[in-house]
Design a protein around this ligand. Sequence first.
Ligand SMILES: Cc1cc2nc3c(=O)[nH]c(=O)nc-3n(C[C@H](O)[C@H](O)[C@H](O)COP(=O)(O)OP(=O)(O)OC[C@H]3O[C@@H](n4cnc5c(N)ncnc54)[C@H](O)[C@@H]3O)c2cc1C
Length: 427
Amino acid sequence: MTPRIAVIGSGIAGLSTAWLLREQAEVTLFEAGARAGMGAYAVDYESRGSVTRIDIPLRIFCRGYYQNLLSLYQAIGVRTIESDHAGVFADEAGRILLHYGTLRAGRYSLAFLKPESLLSPRAWRLALQNQRFFRRVKQDLHCGDSFADISFAEYLDARQTAAEFVDTVLLPILSVTCTCDYASVLNYPADIMIDYLAGGIHDFGVMYAEGGVDNIVPRLLQGTRLETNAPIASVSPVGNTLRIEQRDGRSAEFDHVVVAAQAHQAAAMLAPFPEHAALLEAIPYESSELCIHTDGRVMPSSASPRSPVGYTLPAGSGRAQVSVDMTRAFSRFRSQDPVYQTWHPVVDIPAERELARASFTRPVVTRDSRQSVRSLQALQAAPGNRLWLCGAYMTERVPLLDAAVQSAMRVATGLGAQIPWSHPGGH
Ligand SMILES: Cc1cc2nc3c(=O)[nH]c(=O)nc-3n(C[C@H](O)[C@H](O)[C@H](O)COP(=O)(O)OP(=O)(O)OC[C@H]3O[C@@H](n4cnc5c(N)ncnc54)[C@H](O)[C@@H]3O)c2cc1C
């Protein structure tokens, strides 16, 4: 008999799981929100006579580190496009500390200093420190687990990484990548950060999916029944099945349940599984805000054509303000007036310039959370298991899109699916 499987949560992890299981199971995908989670916040932007769709967040990726995501996109027929994410770094007074552009050379992305940084000794220092750091990180990638027991801060100290480079460039970039405070970046297990940094982001630059989430979500939903506005309140065992109950009291039974919500959301619905719930609660989260708007004051001003990503480093703050000028980063916005996506806005953006604002939570990885993930993996590897956990947090990696797909692959494999690309198990 075809097994009945419920997947709870339609972010990339839940969507990928449903897609991987579609041929061998009857899959129902339950989503708390009104739209599939991956596309929940997208907005339309009208300017100069054309309307474009803006994904929130942007969801960029690169070759190397994102093998699972790229294989998935290829399998569902989603093409990828190169994006320019060169950056300009400024202090809170708007003084430019470093401004670089990028050039494409085949698969590679090469950075160069923009004119106003060419005469700046600090910018040259930062550029050299950057080269030295990435060379070292790539060498250290091959040192096995020797960095698993130290924090990223300890690794930076051990490698005598220049504080100026760490504070001006590395932490601002990693705080937006991990959407968390500098302190949490520094607390990441060093091997996870090294794996990310050496994985391709420095060499290949970034890409995005053609057509964005509107192109991805319908493809991943093929063969799956999606129920939106269906927040699940609890999952509980009933004989040889699992019962899921919605907040409005409706319930249904399934042979297997895949919880693809974030760890704290999963914990809230798994009270009947106290061991799982306790491990899930041990995974820390941080919140942050994104604003989509047309207020150019978020970008440091610059004499040369400005690079698409603006980092403002407010003194004493534990995070940078990071803005992407969509018209410079993504070809489909080129003919429109500038529109920005700003993470952790510190500039007061007037309401009439705001298109959307969204709050997000994001897991951060610590040595303790890693232990919880290992214990959760062990629980779901037990024979006869029916309750599966899936999501970017369920890997020992930076919780990005690729980790989410990797966790979906692991769950789908556990449920007997064949992964239709050649490196199952992923990164
Ligand atoms: C600001 C920001 C920018 C980012 N940018 C990038 C980027 O450029 N590249 C990249 O690789 N990654 C990026 N990420 C990370 C990436 O978005 C996450 O790794 C990814 O979304 C995780 O997917 P997921 O499916 O595990 O979880 P989620 O996307 O959080 O999906 C969980 C889903 O479960 C649903 N849900 C929750 N509770 C219930 C319930 N009780 N019942 C039913 N449904 C429920 C939620 O509504 C949601 O749809 C970014 C993250 C943030 C916050």
